[in-house]
Write a protein of this length. Sequence first.
Length: 411
Amino acid sequence: MTSSIPITPGIQTYRNSRAAQDVEPYGDVRTLVMSQAGFEAAYAEIRQWPGYAPTPMVELPRLAQELGLARLSYKDESKRFALKSFKALGGAYAVFRLIQQLVAQHTGHVPTASEILSGKHRDLVSTLTVTCATDGNHGRSVAWGAQTFGCRCVIYVHALVSESRADAIAQFGAEVIRIAGNYDDSVRHAAEQAQVNGWTVVSDTTYEGYRDIPIDVMHGYGVMAQEVVSVMGDEPPTHVIVQAGVGAFAAAICAVFWLAWGRQRPRFVVVEPQKAACLFESARADHPVAIQGDLDTVMAGLACGEVSPVAWEILRAGVNDFTKIDDQFALDAMKRLAKPVGQDRAIVSGETGAAGLGLLLAANQSADLRRSLGLDRGAHVLLLGSEGDTDPAIYRDVVGKTAQEVLALSH
């Protein structure tokens, strides 16, 4: 398949003709982007942080039956630290690494997390200011990391970020500044202000001259995938559906699974919003393409118009299928997860976290889409529930209940 196909209203899919074959190894070139050593270092570090615990892997047998699948697994990131999102793993880890490097430069000693948390290097650490642009969750992670480890933080949010998400960032001690424009405008503004003020940008997207910190972020994201591998062992799923904004999260998941499972790695499906499908359009063009406009979507964490170049180095050959969906599919998925049938557990998922199930709900109504994605009765699909109710007000409006009420009904 060499062109995008609108299989059902509100859905398009593109089979990636440049996808790597099963026998192709991860290889030395991709290792220059993200490496086994980098993932292992992040995993070893983050497991020592106060409050760390692997997030649950939830099996949904009744929903799998309804969708015509052999098995449906859901990685529930709503319980990740205090942030309700996998983003806690990336931005905060990059902040920690910056602080480690700062202390090492001045003292010749690489400090542990416990040393930094003890306040031993407080005077030095407090001279560092980190900054970034965010749709919500990444900024919350950076702010939490800065507060936890003791440096200053300034976060830029764009016009479409909800007040609730902006307030949640401020609660972690960050100075939050709203600017006009979309996410990509806020990225450029953060970079400009960092240059003027001598701050350090902690972003999950790369640009010319800026690469190392986003790679730290992505190695942190990989902890989530490593937890999946530790649970599934040598029996990987047949499919994984991963939502994408700039592509950093998707690239980290793809890299870990490729390194761990090799030729057994699952079919890798990326899902994006219709109005912010920069990876989809980049795949069709075979080079990074910027999406213009307001990027307005309820899937707030995916409202990104420009692909991270370093993520594209992994995803160009790592993705089998690129898809884009209307917002309504994600909203329907939120409701479905909150109102399970049979013995399935209730799950709290935000709009972004529900995107993968949104694609499956659409496939359940379209034989052509199921066929295109290879979703038969032998399929074991892994969904990555990347966030919980990161905006409680929006969650309540969509589902009709608070997260607490949803979870209470499942016990």
